[in-house]
Design a protein around this ligand. Structure first.
Ligand SMILES: O=P(O)(O)OC[C@H]1O[C@](O)(CO)[C@@H](O)[C@@H]1O
Length: 439
């Protein structure tokens, strides 16, 4: 993974960071790195995330899913980090749909919301008797995940399918899901101790569908190791720290929004995964950058107008793989389009990547380039690890608690109260809504 922060320098962009300011910040990065390394050495809660490449047992994951590798579809039931990691890994490696290069890989369906229409669509589309159900929840009590699982289980029973033969569980040491797996002797994998869900993609939480699809999960973990090896006491020697430090510095100078804009369809879920990682980790004490999800080249015809000519409150990250499967553009005699003929879609995508990057720089809008050699297991593993390390470094620089998410609990209590799941004052507050209704 290579990170180019040149277009974030004050000589190019406003807001921008001067080289002197980066040099000064680098002293803080060095101390932050020491703190991170102490946390890793002690396997401290949260910091332990950066030890996953050493802890994740690929063989245990492959053994657990072995009975399900005949699946013709995979259904991941989870939410937040308990779904986005799996979706990101599988999509990046080509596994979300059977029409990609991995035509033989079972397509992955992600059930990470409780929209009845979507649940109905998926249950009508997957062959329930030949589907592997991957239900993931650290707590084992998340309402959306457990509700969806109960609905999926009921549909399988109604179809005469033994769901206990088609389900692998990834959960904590205790809780309803663990009890269910134990009761029905189902394969159950452990969520990694001390690792928040949004940091657990390189564990069973994120690797089960990829393992069922036959992807190289050892390679993903090896990529994470490469990410770990690239951590150093200077932002100028560590791509991950360069990204985390520049993001922090730009935010401090007004770039309160960070647009993640991969130029790869297979990284669309990655942008969503990044959004949770960045928002849920850094959105504390009135601080934190707002992640925006974008996709190149598509959003050049959409959000780029705002990124280039709107408020100077954003940074844009452009991500691409240098090697990709390509497709030639046929020659054409259509007036004005002959220049496209004989070129290729990949060349066009690269030209648009570079043009968008230069377009933002020409308007003085800060942007960072992240490049991978290719979208293979090692590169994807290093990218995910690198963003996690960048986030943890940024958390040290903001001096906030990176690894909890207290703000999401209020809404959970309110919803639970509304459903009669307990007596919560938050539910009472719902009834007190200030109303100004316009019909
Ligand atoms: O894995 P669980 O416990 O179901 O949690 C799912 C998601 O919900 C959160 O805890 C937030 O409510 C996320 O941090 C987590 O990724």
């Amino acid at each position: 993974m290579r990170v180019d922060i040149g277009n974030a320098l004050a000589s190019v962009a406003s807001p921008g960071v001067s080289r002197d300011a980066l040099d000064q910040l680098d002293e803080t990065v060095a101390r932050a790195h020491e703190r991170i390394e102490r946390g890793r050495a002690d396997d401290e809660f949260g910091y332990a995330s950066l030890n996953l490449p050493e802890r994740t047992d690929a063989a245990a994951i492959e053994d657990a899913v072995e009975p399900l590798t005949d699946a013709e579809a995979i259904l991941t039931v989870g939410i937040g980090g308990s779904a986005l990691g799996a979706a990101t890994v599988s999509q990046a490696l080509g596994g979300l749909s059977a029409d990609g290069e991995n035509a033989d890989a079972a397509p992955l369906y992600v059930l990470d919301n409780v929209d009845p229409a979507r649940v109905r669509e998926i249950l009508a589309e997957v062959p329930l008797d030949r589907t592997a159900v991957n239900v993931v929840s650290r707590s084992g009590t998340t309402a959306e995940t457990l509700s969806n699982f109960l609905v999926v289980r009921e549909a399988m029973e109604a179809a005469g399918v033994d769901w206990t033969e088609r389900t692998v569980v990834t959960t904590g040491e205790e809780g309803p899901l663990r009890e269910l797996a134990d009761r029905h002797d189902m394969p159950a994998l452990d969520v990694p101790e001390g690792v928040p869900g949004r940091f657990s993609a390189l564990s069973a939480v994120g690797l089960v569908p990829a393992a069922i699809q036959g992807h190289d999960i050892e390679g993903l973990i090896e990529g994470g190791r490469a990410g770990a090896d690239s951590l150093a006491g200077s932002l100028f020697e560590s791509p991950a720290y360069a990204y985390g430090a520049v993001s922090y510095a730009l935010d401090q100078r007004g770039a309160s929004i960070t647009a993640m804009m991969p130029y790869e369809e297979r990284l669309e879920y990655f942008a969503e995964w990044f959004a949770q990682l960045w928002a849920e980790s850094l959105g504390k004490d009135g601080l934190g950058q707002t992640p925006a999800r974008a996709l190149g080249a598509t959003d050049q015809h959409s959000q780029l107008q705002l990124y280039r000519a709107g408020p100077r409150d954003k940074m844009v990250t452009l991500v691409r793989a240098r090697e990709r499967a390509d497709r030639e553009i046929p020659e054409t005699d259509i007036d004005g389009l002959a220049y496209l003929g004989g070129s290729s879609l990949g060349e066009l995508l690269d030209a648009e990547f570079e043009a968008t990057e230069a377009s933002l720089a020409a308007a003085g809008r800060p942007n960072v380039r992240i490049e991978l050699d290719r979208l293979d297991a090692e590169s994807v593993g290093e990218l995910l690890y690198g963003m996690e390390a960048a986030c943890i470094l940024a958390g040290e620089l903001y001096d906030i608690e990176t690894f909890n998410q207290p703000a999401v609990e209020w809404g959970k209590r309110a919803a639970r109260g509304l459903l009669g799941g307990g007596d919560f004052e938050e539910a009472d507050a719902v009834a007190e809504k200030t109303e100004l209704l316009v019909k």
